[in-house]
Design a protein around this ligand. Sequence first.
Ligand SMILES: [Zn+2]
Length: 346
Amino acid sequence: MELVFLFATVATVFVSFVDGAGYLQIRPPSANQCCYEDINQAHFSYDRDFCEGPKDWCRVHPCWTTCGSQRRQSPININTKETRYKRYSRLKFDNLNTRVLANIKNNGHAPDFDVDGKFDDEITLCNVPRRPKDKKYNFAQLHVHLGRDENKGSEHAIDNTFKPMEAHMVFYDSDYDGVGEAKPKRNGLVVLSVMIEVYGNNHENNECRVDGTCKVRFAKKLSKLMEKYYEKVRHYPMESFNPDFFNLLGFQRSNSCTNNNCGRTPSPDFIEERCEKEEQNARSVRVTEGITPLDVLPYDTNQFYTYAGSLTTPPCYETVQWVVYKCPIKVSSKASIQLQALYDLI
Ligand SMILES: [Zn+2]
């Protein structure tokens, strides 16, 4: 059955740097350093006044030059007046009811629930807009972004309106071995995005709240996962974390690095040689319940905006087809508090 979907053109208003998105409230004093040779040392922050901040991401490491691109950087503000309405077939998931094994680790920004290993009954996605219909993408991870300002933590905005948080479900082209291999590749990724509100403390007794044209589902399972596992990884540093690394004298305010390649995309050879991070030693915690995109998907999955964009954090590769659902979900206030309490440890 063909269903009606919303479609956003790429010609939406560009929001280059969304203040605070991905920001964790508690951050150690940062290294008084603005650029790095070794990709494993490279660090970025969301502090706009600091030399590792968003406008300077492209200067921090030669692998991150794409962050200065003007072509198709995400996130964006979706100006609905500029969107074009188009019919697409329904996104097709396989094994959506399977809960797949996962681990969570604190990556210092938006902790990932990572799918662990390969399965026969892998969760897959096809019918992706603007990609071949039968092209298959494997579910790799989900994570939630929040902001410095509690009410404006989403990365994308719809008509300049932010939500408190935003969940991303990352899928990679199944021709590749994993998300790491796929992410620099042309059309390598699809990310499904869901805006998140916080369940009011007035304990609404309906599971779904009607908000404009949206029914807002209470994402009970996602709330439970966030409540339980963010607490477990709150203080989990990298094994190699060395507090002496941080210079307590203060921040470097402007980036004086000489990398002038901002906006260029590194060559595939360069990426292969220099840009693959070693497996992080961050201790991870097993998510015993497993995860499925069902934990995150909104009540109404028929309406979404789609555009060709990028990763929203370094290396900012422009390889993502974004699907931003129109309708939000909500999570418990405890889940939101647990996310805010995480330490940024790297
Ligand atoms: Zn994300």
